[in-house]
Each structure stands twice: as C-alpha cells, then as structure tokens.
Design a protein around this ligand. Structure first.
Ligand code: FES
Ligand code: FE2
Length: 386
C-alpha cells in the first residue's frame, strides 16, 4: 500500500488544518485533544467550500457556509436548512490513515477526486454577450477590467442605468432589468462603496440568492435571529432569469411599533428575489406588518479569474415608520448593509474554486437551493446560446 505524508503528528490539533496530497486538498484535525487524527476531503459536498475553514463543534466540523456538520467518520450529522436526516450523498468517504514515525499518513488509494473542472468563470467567453457594470457614475472611466482584459471603454457600447455605467463587448443576449425603480421612484436610494472579491461573479450571485447561510455567515449582524430551516418556496422561470417570492419570519427591533408595544418583535416579511443572466440581481424585502420596504439592487462585474467588483444599491421606504428616511437613517442602513456584505466577502475569501460549478452532480443541491439550481440552469443556457 502506498502512503502519503500529510503532516507531523504533533502539529495536528482540534482546529482543522488544510493539507494537500498529490495536489488534492485535504482537511486534517483531531475530534478531541489526544484522539487519532482524522482526514477528510477538504470540500464540503454542498457548495464545495473548504472544510479547513470550518468551526470545530463537539468533535465535528461545522461548515462555514451553511452549517452542515461532519463527524470523524465523514458522516453528515446536521443539515440545518431542512428537517430530517441528511441525504446519503452528504456523507464524506473515510480515508485510511496511520501514524508512522511521528507523521500522519493517508493511503494514496483513498484520495478523493480533484475539484470539478466544469466551472463558469469570470472569463467565460459567453460573457462577451452581456451588459456589465463597469463604474459608478462619477468614477473615472479611462480603462476597465472585464473578462480578464483591459478595455478602453471608448471602443464599446456603453449606457447608464441606476447611476451605473454599463458596457457590452458584443451584442448582448439579455437587456438590463425592466426598470425595477418604477415602484420605487419615490424611494431614497444610496450606493454602497463598490467592493472587490476574489470569488467569481457566478459564486457571488449564488451567494446573493441563498437564504440558508444567514444564521451562519451573518450571525454577527442579523443572522442569529433567522430561522435555520428554509421553508418551501417556488421559483418562476423567466427569459434568461428567474423570480421567487418567499415569506419569512424575522425580528424587527427598528420598527417603532415594536417599541410602542403595538406589534410583536417577531414579524413577517415577503422577500422577492429577481435574477437575470448573467449577474443582475434584486431583492425586495417588504415588512408586511411594519410597512417598510427595502430593495437591494446587486450587480457583479467579472473583472478577471480572481476578481469580481460588486455594486450594491439600496432603495428605502418607510424605515422606522417615516415615509422618506432622512440622511441619518440612510447612512445607518448603508453601514449595516456594508457590514452584511463584509461577512459574505470574508466567506468568499475562504473559497477555492475559480468559478461556479454548472454540472449538477458536482455539488449536492438540497431543497433550500432551488434558486441556486435555477441560477446554474440559466447560466448553462446562457453559455449555450452565446
Ligand atoms: S454547508 Fe458547506 S457549503 Fe453549504
Ligand atoms: Fe450573505
């Protein structure tokens, strides 16, 4: 039997560590101090996030993205977004290990497969046929990064929408959203400062459409009070896009009606997600009891294989019981949303894949992932059509 050295035995603690063997990423940890070291594929079967970024919880690894837990045998013992046992495919295969001359070794025959290859990256050729945001109006626009190239915007079609400059390299397959501002004309709008992430625009879009990560990734902002179980919801297909309406429970401490004892803290909200290929996204949050509405416009610029620029605009109405929120309310909403976005970026920095997997079998989709499944289908169709 061929054995591969992973680490010195005395280096391995109860915190997961990333190692590689023959180029395959593995995670190594001890379920408790003094226990035998455990080796698993460094890839959560759900969205392939490295488990070396997981949190150790009672001898198990809790994935950083949606909180699935894996025990020392690789079994998935918790899948918080739904009730009941995890599907068998959620279990990770075990690997034979031994301690030899003070080193942790793994049997070469047990190595998992490498990361999947069919990824939708920021340099996918189909992306030439789309409008992309390239700057906030007022930003200097002498040269932009798009699809791995440096581009002189003067050479291409550009347009302005929602305070952003958009550019297309070739005739776009899809138009910009029909004006979602129609209902929001009187709303107060504000841009967050644009930010960069190393994750691909497809992964960023998937993250935006995902609800199940709130309790884990956003625990410090709003996630702690969110339901872990994601209720059933439906998704309606649209041309090169989709839409979904979900009703959720949430805590609303900002509602003056709560302070005055008129309404309970726990309230209902309707979340409408709209997606259009390749990377136009919108979330409209209607607080059904308090009457406030927050709309978030979210656009991603695929700059290169390792960089995406993210533009987020908020449209606010009725926050704190006031029809048109003043500058202080807008500033605090923007600062809060900025903190939420920073939590997503921190997670994205831990990811390893250079794009979004489009083959369904490369990930494990569960019920909460219906929007993510649609996103992958739409992007596949977009790529084939282009
Ligand atoms: S729980 Fe690991 S990626 Fe979702
Ligand atoms: Fe998030």
């Amino acid at each position: 039997m061929e054995w591969l050295v992973l680490a010195r035995d005395d280096e391995v603690g109860t915190r997961p560590m990333a190692v590689t063997a023959q180029g395959v990423p593995l995670v190594l940890w001890r379920p408790e101090a003094g226990a035998e070291p455990v080796v698993l594929a460094d890839r959560c079967p759900h969205r392939l996030v490295p488990l070396s970024a997981a949190t150790p919880v009672d001898g198990r690894l809790q994935c950083a993205y949606h909180g699935w837990q894996f025990d020392a045998s690789g079994a998935c013992t918790a899948l918080p977004s739904q009730e009941g046992a995890a599907p068998p495919r959620a279990n990770l295969p075990t690997m034979t290990t031994r301690i030899h001359e003070g080193q942790v070794q793994v049997a070469a025959a047990d190595l998992p497969e490498k990361d999947p290859g069919d990824l939708f990256t920021n340099e996918d050729p189909s992306l030439a046929k789309a409008w992309h945001p390239v700057a906030v109006v007022g930003e200097e626009l002498s040269s932009v990064r798009l699809l791995g190239r440096r581009i002189d915007p003067g050479d291409y079609a550009t347009r302005e929408r929602w305070g952003l400059r958009w550019l297309a390299l070739e005739e776009p397959l899809t138009d910009l959203f029909p004006d979602p501002d129609e209902d929001d004309r009187n709303y107060v709008g504000a841009w967050l400062p644009p930010v960069r992430t190393p994750a691909s625009a497809g992964v960023v879009a998937d993250n935006f459409l995902d609800v199940a990560h709130f309790p884990f990734v956003h625990a410090k902002t709003f996630g702690a009070a969110e339901e872990k179980v994601v209720g059933r919801y439906e998704v309606t297909a649209e041309e090169f896009g989709c839409r979904s309406v979900q009703e959720q429970w949430f805590d609303n401490p900002e509602d003056p009606g709560v302070l005055e004892g008129e309404r309970p803290l726990r309230q209902r909200r309707r979340a409408t997600y709209v997606y259009r290929a390749p990377f136009q996204l919108m979330l409209r949050l209607e607080e059904l009891d308090a009457g406030a509405v927050k709309t978030i416009l979210f656009f991603a610029q695929p700059e290169s294989l390792t960089s995406t620029r993210v533009y987020t605009k908020m449209l606010l109405h009725g926050i704190g019981g006031v029809a048109d929120p003043g500058p202080d309310v807008v500033a605090s909403e923007v600062a809060f949303e900025d903190a939420v976005l920073a939590e997503d970026l921190e997670l994205q920095h831990k990811m390893r894949l250079s794009g979004l997997p489009l083959r369904m079998r490369d990930e494990l989709h569960v019920r909460a992932d219906l929007l993510g499944v649609h996103l992958r289908r739409v992007l596949s169709e977009f790529r084939e059509t282009a």
